[in-house]
Ligand binder design. Structure first.
Ligand code: GRF
Length: 211
């Protein structure tokens, strides 16, 4: 069966580009059905257009509140019936009804080694905390911000010379590889969520998947 994904973005879309490139190279175990942005100016929308992938903008500013925005978003997603919803730099918090509706098929990438440094400015936070290691995490989404079950992580060494830009750059390279790898595992049902527990090859996942 041909699986499909919806990718939600808000900005640059370099993770989206990694999925587009993987799809072009036939390295994605499914098809990108749609790219949805809450930001009309998101550069990722151009990336989708260039790759002839359907895209849509649901501008959060057009809605009175979070519930109405989430409802419109879910209506658009449902038109494409995706098997997986991939948050790739999507900068809106999703409400409980939305998250509950899509639980076990909603994943996010976060630029830190969770549970360290939730929220924004994670690279600066890692530097300020004198971390020697930093990285990214991929997790199922729950209604706790950056709090759902983490199933994959990749690490970089933090050097004395690093600033938030060099560190962001290093982490981004890892994100692109790890996210494509994990989405493929999810699409092929080798990675699943059952009762808030992650299973890898039908066994409870111990630790996290890496590159
Ligand atoms: C990434 O660092 C991701 O971890 C975070 O937002 C950033 C998105 O980058 N959630 P891009 O838009 O994919 O380039």
């Amino acid at each position: 069966m041909n699986k499909s994904i919806a990718i939600l973005i808000s900005g640059e879309g370099t993770n989206l580009q990694a999925f587009i490139d993987a799809q072009k190279e036939q390295l994605l175990q499914g098809k990108i059905a749609v790219v949805i942005s809450n930001q009309p100016q998101a550069k990722g929308l151009k990336r989708a257009q260039l790759a002839n992938i359907p895209s849509d903008t649901i501008n959060h500013k057009d809605f009175k509140n979070r519930d109405e925005f989430d409802y419109a978003l879910s209506k658009t997603i449902d038109k494409y019936q995706p098997d997986l919803i991939v948050l790739a730099g999507f900068m809106r918090i999703l409400g409980t009804p939305f998250v509950t509706k899509y639980q076990s098929k909603l994943v996010n990438i976060h630029p830190s080694l969770l549970p360290k440094f939730t929220g924004l400015n994670t690279h600066q936070k890692a530097l300020d905390a004198n971390e020697t290691e930093h990285g990214c995490s991929i997790h199922f989404v729950t209604d706790e911000l950056d709090g759902g079950p983490v199933f994959a992580q990749a690490k970089v060494k933090v050097s004395q010379q690093d600033n938030k830009h060099t560190l962001a750059n290093k982490v981004h390279q890892l994100e692109h590889q790890l996210y494509v790898k994990c989405v493929n595992l999810l699409l092929s049902n080798r990675l699943t969520l059952n009762n808030q527990k992650v299973f890898y090859n039908n066994e409870p996942l111990i630790g996290t998947i890496g590159l």
